[in-house]
Design a protein around this ligand. Structure first.
Ligand code: SF4
Length: 315
């Protein structure tokens, strides 16, 4: 029986596979001497310091900003507005949170309704939008959030309190005027001294994408800087297929992530100071770009991707 020790007989094969891939006995877990995190912090700090000196205002780096500045810098910011497809993800995540945190065992739709009720009561952006929608729109959000929740319940074993689950917990690492921040969907486990124990999880739909891997590595780095012991595993859970992408955290992964953060911070600093013009970099993001019809480079990239069959139509 694994350290996470749930009776495997009560799990379906996918749940069992999820459990087996993520569990590890104490002996199997890697040890990272404190010098690893100290070295990473010193390296990152010394490389960010000259960038921070050039900043006109404090720099806040999260996964969206990293993706954006390392992708196409010409792409205009989307005018964000809530819609049923966007709301389903947020409501679904809230319902997953309730399914993990509630001590009783309500049906999935009850959890979805609780999630919608809690968001409306918060009266923040999504809650206000939900409060203005008609019954048909709410029914659509409800159905799609329910599908996401049920996918989670069918592909993950029941989450046990002793696994120390944290949903959408904030991770922060500060470097003078530069703040690195992340909010992974779920973390399980925790370090015991220098022995890694935490598993960081993001839930996705669609196919595996490089950016999903990069997001998790960024979380892994921030958490390492935060507590001094790296997480053990980085996991993307594709809820609609039940598949997991799992990466073991190594010092090499964290060093590579530092390179990416420094690259992004440097680019942002030179961009915001007006030292250079934004660069056009075609990529899969062209699919959602508001100016793609007027962009020859973006159109050419998408044509080539379609011809090669590498264009994934799912988000
Ligand atoms: S279509 Fe692509 S390359 Fe062109 S501006 Fe938009 S994101 Fe950039």
């Amino acid at each position: 029986m694994s350290a996470w020790g749930r009776a495997a007989e009560s799990l379906n094969p996918t749940q069992r596979s999820t459990l087996e891939r993520l569990a590890a006995s104490r002996e199997e877990r890697p040890r990272f001497p404190a010098e690893v995190a100290i070295g990473l912090r010193n390296d990152l700090g010394s490389r960010l310091a000259p960038i921070a000196d050039r900043l006109e205002e404090d720099l806040f780096l999260n996964k969206y900003k990293l993706d954006r500045v390392l992708g196409c810098e010409v792409r205009p910011e989307d005018d964000f507005e809530w819609s049923a497809p966007k709301a389903r993800g947020a409501v679904g995540h809230k319902a997953i949170e309730l399914s993990v945190m509630r001590r009783d065992s309500p049906h999935p739709l009850e959890l979805v309704d609780d999630a919608i009720g809690a968001l409306v009561a918060e009266e923040r952006s999504l809650g206000e939008w939900l409060g203005r929608q008609d019954e048909s729109t709410i029914a659509r959000v409800r159905a799609e959030a329910n599908a996401r929740l049920v996918s989670f319940l069918e592909t993950w074993p029941p989450i046990e309190p002793k696994w120390v689950p944290v949903l959408e917990g904030t991770l922060i690492a500060d470097f003078d005027r530069i703040r690195l921040s992340g909010r992974p969907d779920l973390t399980l486990g925790r370090a015991e001294g220098e022995v890694a124990g935490k598993v960081i999880v993001d839930f996705k739909t669609g196919r595996i994408h490089d950016s999903h891997v990069a997001d998790l590595r960024f979380y892994g780095l921030v958490d390492t800087l935060r507590i001094g012991t790296p997480p053990r595993l980085l996991v993307t859970s594709y809820l609609d297929s039940g598949q997991l992408w799992v990466e073991e955290v190594t010092e090499g992964v964290l060093i590579a992530t530092i390179d990416r953060v420094v690259d992004a911070a440097g680019r942002l600093a030179t961009l915001t100071s007006g030292e250079r013009d934004p660069e056009k970099r075609p990529g899969l993001g062209c699919r959602w770009c508001a100016i793609r019809d007027a962009c020859d480079e973006g159109a050419a990239f998408l044509r080539a991707a379609r011809d090669e069959g590498t264009l994934d139509d799912e988000i």
